[in-house]
Design a protein around this ligand. Sequence first.
Ligand code: HEM
Length: 348
Amino acid sequence: MKLAVVSVVVLLVIFVSWPVSAYQKDSPGGGGYGGDEEHDTNLWFPLDNLLSLSYYDKICPDFEKIVDTKVREWTKTDPSLGPALLRLLFHDCGVTGCDASVLLDHEGSERRSPASKTLRGFELIDDIKAELEKSCRGLVSCADILVAASRDATYQLKGPYWPNAYGRRDSKTSYARDVEKVPSGRRDVTALLETFQSYGLNILDLVVLSGAHTIGKANCGTIQSRLYNFNGTSESDPSINPELADYLRRKCRWASETVDLDVKTPVTFDNQYYINLKNHEGVLTTDQELLKDPRTAPLVDAFATQPSHMFRQQFAVSMAKLVNVGVITGEDRIGEIRKVCSKSNSKH
Ligand code: HEM
């Protein structure tokens, strides 16, 4: 076991010391391809099917500033929107890729499925889009807005920063039935791994991105089956620390109540989530499962024992991968730049 932990730590050091920019150069759709005046790669490289770090530099130079300001304004009034945005992005990228399909609001769309009921942050994205339409009409996709806004929200919560490459197009369709691709809170690690592998992500990405649960809340309805009559036993899930189970039962008398996902430092983007898992204080079944499974337990252990910045740096690397999942780009031609994020242009 000791050997496994040591090798995981070595692995982590390699991953963590691998800069985000290095990853992006190698990955499809990664940044750095925009080309500057001196090295205009446009001449020989099929640029229009790739995302680029400089995509908006000329066509909408204030894009990131506008997004950042709006996110700041909205989260100042309602700080819970920060975590909500990060989750909304995962639910976009996790279903047919980062194409803003989660934002479409019509009968039978992902957003109308019961599993999306607790997603939030739509109005904030709509407001950013409306502002951008004033200065950059028809140029900025809703998918790029969601990617930028959730990065800024994470950073504003003192989480890590990662450079985003842009140039995504928006999907024209969205189907509620596809939402089952996003993992619910009751899967085992094998199912979670399969889902992440289907995104092109690996076991390290799974453990690191689950660390997003260092901020934000769960609805009590989501965890009630852990608290009462677990597997028909009339007891709580035995993998919850009994004191935490007591606390959660008191907090969760109503399904509509919410509880912090990180019970110790709920508004700080740190590695406390992993320490909690080691103390059997994970709130979601899927979180606590990461400690039970021998494939993920050494990684949980490593993030719990290493300084917080190890987790934060790797989180940035894994997020830079997540935001490239299944993007629609210029060459694909199947997407569009929506005028309003909740409606496809053809539905106007
Ligand atoms: C590994 C698979 C994952 C599962 C099974 C999962 C499941 C869940 C569940 C059940 C909730 C509570 C929802 C509710 O009760 O309303 C939640 C909340 C949240 N999730 Fe995940 N999640 C996963 C991965 C991720 C990833 C990859 C991210 C982002 C990178 C993320 C970010 C969040 C955030 C920030 C919240 C809190 C939202 C809020 O406060 O509004 N999750 N997640």
